[in-house]
Design a protein. Structure first.
Length: 289
């Protein structure tokens, strides 16, 4: 809630001489009680626009956040906004606090100007919204004709693959089989009726591993796909998206401080030693012998 400041109204004081009866004589022969006191109209104040609540930088001003208040003319600068309609629709250049008088420098019509020169694209994201980086080329960028401030519809397509929940790898998996064959010491299969003297292990890798099927001939085979897994495309459309930046963001260069002007030295005086530009390094502590 705001309380509008108003200077107290001081009634005009009429001074009249006495006619000897002890009663003052009014203007035009009327008594002081019969005179009508006209209040003084203050003409040294002006209405200004102030913020009704605290808003973050990049906030678009509406009538709900604005109210007028009175200020003295000598306290109001040339860049102060005096009409609410002039502030509606503009964006806050920096954080505006509750009760702060709005100036033309505090608001900007194009929010992209703020993002490029002062705070970066993050200041252009309203509360409750998120920014998303979208890869762009000559075709998706309409021959690179997109600019900051454009409203566009974006169709995004994602490719989903099936993965193994345990290994977190793309399907299909590989299967490894260990096959043991009976053999003699010479490595040959034993003759009919001869007892095997050793076993021989064979490792068989099936990749990709599909499924086993039995053919009409009775043979068992491994059936798998003839190509790699095809992803499932899923598309979505982002409607009425606002472009806040095109290309890579380059931070602005820091402002270099102005070089101080040396003061003139009188004749006969020694030239003063300029102070060091940076912090003085501490003296190193010598190691004990």
């Amino acid at each position: 809630m705001y309380i509008r400041s108003q200077a107290p109204v001081t009634p005009t004081e009429d001074v009249a001489t006495s006619d000897g009866t002890g009663q003052p004589i009014g203007v035009g022969g009327e008594s002081a009680l019969e005179q009508t006191f006209i209040p003084q109209i203050l003409t040294d104040t002006v209405e200004v626009v102030v913020s009704l609540q605290t808003v973050e930088r990049g906030w678009q001003m509406t009538a709900a956040e604005l109210v007028t208040d009175t200020r003295y003319i000598d306290e109001v600068g040339d860049n102060v906004i005096t009409n609410i309609e002039d502030a509606i629709g503009l964006y806050a250049r920096a954080k505006i606090f509750q009760g702060e008088t709005l100036t033309k420098d505090a608001l900007v019509a194009d929010p992209s100007l703020i993002g490029q020169t002062e705070y970066g694209p993050s200041s252009l994201i309203p509360p409750g919204y998120i920014a998303l980086a979208v890869p762009m080329d000559r075709l998706s960028g309409v021959a690179y004709a997109l600019n900051e401030g454009d409203y566009i519809d974006i169709m995004m397509t994602f490719s989903f693959y099936q993965i193994d929940e345990q290994f977190q790898t793309y399907l299909q998996n590989a299967a490894v089989f260990y096959l043991e064959d009976a053999a003699t010491t010479t490595g040959e299969a034993p003759a009919e009726g001869e007892a095997p003297t050793t076993t021989q292990t064979n490792i068989v890798v099936l990749w990709p591993y599909g499924r086993f099927e039995q053919l009409p001939t009775g043979d068992t085979v491994n059936v798998y796909g003839s190509e790699y897994q095809r992803p499932v495309p899923v598309s979505m459309i982002l409607q009425n998206a606002r472009v806040i930046q095109v290309g890579n963001y380059v931070p602005p260069e820091p402002i270099e401080p102005a070089t101080p002007t040396p003061e003139p030295v009188a004749e006969g005086e020694a030239t003063p030693t300029p102070p060091p530009s940076g912090p003085i390094a501490p003296t190193a502590t010598p190691y004990p012998n």
